[in-house]
Design a protein around this ligand. Structure first.
Ligand SMILES: NC(=O)c1ccc[n+]([C@@H]2O[C@H](COP(=O)([O-])OP(=O)(O)OC[C@H]3O[C@@H](n4cnc5c(N)ncnc54)[C@H](OP(=O)(O)O)[C@@H]3O)[C@@H](O)[C@H]2O)c1
Length: 242
């Protein structure tokens, strides 16, 4: 049976790249989106015409809203019969230091980046019974900089959750994480922004999508790997040179 991947936040950027990459390897894709409905539709049409023998379907949902999160996996299972891979990719990335983080702001970062992957993992385990979960963390989990305080804490919690889930849900379900570094600039910034930041990391250049897709393949193909984090960050986790 063709395998199915559910990718959250798949309409654009990293999520879209992974959808195209996995589809080219023969996967069916459940494309989750929130506000980017037209991008999601375009992606689905593109995938349907490139890979006519596979299944592609759209699933909208606001991951800040628990009831919508709770039903997402069951909606995908109903429509696509099975889910073999869950990629918790969707994320909010908003700047505020600790003192500047009000409760509503904290809730949003934690809900989308940590609570939603927690609920989706629980529902995936309940309904899918076996397979693989990949959580998107961030190289920032290795430091205590507070310029994105709530975001960083949400990703630290997501990594801790990855290990706990891997231990509880083996051997039928593997749970791993990817920690990107300088991958794509935020939507309002350009490549120069990333190149400037890259001057202070070991590899001296942004990584783009390629290391992410290679790490995705590695995790998918290595069926003894669980509870692990792959840094795709050109060594940024080691610290900055300057
Ligand atoms: N880009 C980087 O350089 C970088 C660096 C480190 C870590 N990461 C991590 O890698 C992953 C992918 O990065 P990215 O830059 O591609 O992510 P992104 O563009 O910031 O976000 C991906 C998607 O998340 C969805 N999302 C946001 N809020 C949501 C909500 N309330 N409900 C449902 N979906 C929601 C959005 O979907 P809609 O557009 O449909 O609303 C968005 O397109 C993220 O987890 C990110 O934290 C990225």
């Amino acid at each position: 049976m063709t395998k199915t991947a559910l990718i959250t936040g798949a309409a654009k950027r990293v999520g879209k790249a992974m959808a195209i990459h996995l589809a080219a390897k023969g996967w069916n894709i459940a494309i989750h989106y929130n506000t980017s409905e037209s991008d999601a539709k375009l992606l689905m049409e593109q995938l349907k015409s490139s890979f006519p023998g596979q299944q592609f379907a759209l699933f909208g949902g606001n991951l800040n809203n628990a009831p919508e999160v709770e039903t997402l996996v069951s909606r995908v299972v109903d429509a696509m019969k099975n889910v073999d891979l869950l990629i918790n990719n969707a994320s909010v990335f908003d700047r505020a230091d600790f003192a500047g983080t009000d409760t509503e702001f904290l809730d949003r970062q934690m809900n989308v980046n940590f609570r939603a992957p927690f609920i989706l993992t629980r529902e995936y385990v309940r309904l899918a019974k076996n397979g693989l979960i990949i959580n998107f963390a961030d190289t920032r989990i290795t430091n205590n900089k507070s310029n994105f305080a709530a975001y960083s804490l949400s990703k630290k919690a997501l990594w801790e959750m990855t290990k706990m889930a891997a231990l509880e849900f083996g051997p039928n379900i593997r749970v791993n994480a990817i920690a990107p570094g300088l991958t794509l600039p935020p939507e309002e910034k350009d490549e120069d922004y990333l190149w400037k930041l890259a001057g202070n990391i070991a590899m001296k250049r942004p990584g783009g999508l390629d290391p992410i897709l290679k790490s995705l393949d590695y995790i998918v193909n290595n069926d003894y790997l669980t509870g692990q984090l792959l840094f795709c960050d050109g060594g940024e986790n080691l610290g900055l040179t300057d």
